[in-house]
Design a protein around this ligand. Sequence first.
Ligand code: ATP
Length: 237
Amino acid sequence: MTRGRAARRARAPRSSRPPVASARTRIAIFGGTFDPPHFGHLALAEWARVELGLDAVWFVPTGVPPHKRARESSASRHRLAMTRLAARGNPAFRVSPLECSRRGPSYTIDTVRALARAHPGAELHLLMGADTYATFAGWREPEAIVRAATLVVAARPGAAPEARGARPRAGARRVAGARVTWLANPGLDVSSSALRARAFSGRSLRYLVPDAVARYSERHRLYAAKRARTPAQGSRS
Ligand code: ATP
């Protein structure tokens, strides 16, 4: 930008600046419990950003997951804080407190509608691992979700073969009108539940989560002296 253009832009009143989202803006919504956020999440989000030419990936830590009792997860303020630390440094990564600040269970359809309202004209994508996709037909209003967003499904090591993205699960209910993009991402075999169990047994999370996330979880003793929890089942809906 020339110095003249920069000066004009700096003087421009806020309302005359171009809107953040235009018809060509491509946004992915990436929901999760993020307890803690790890390099599997970050690698997936970056892979999707590059492959799909996304302008932004919105990480949306879930508030009270509908199928999960709140006491099984770290408090949403901690998960939100860790997700912010994890996303720091990537200008395309954003973190939304939307679901954490909502009372009651988090439903993806509400989040999709809120982000669609906030970014009129944007092309929305909903990013998830193959294990999460396997539960999608059981979510609240899946038909409305797929009308608003393209599903982007990533390979995940350890997910059942039929859920790895090669083909839909046998007998799985298809959601009418779903547009699904399968990502051929390299799978990183890391999960939050395995990391919690690791931390609980006194092992380091270094090089599995960003350093700032490891420090935060240690400072707040999120995974110390707690019973290791089992993998979250159906944490999105
Ligand atoms: P937990 O082990 O507690 O169930 P998680 O590691 O699956 O946690 P979530 O926050 O539940 O993490 O996941 C958010 C989203 O990220 C889900 O759609 C999940 O499938 C996806 N995901 C998580 N880890 C990976 C990974 N290593 N590779 C690909 N996708 C992943």
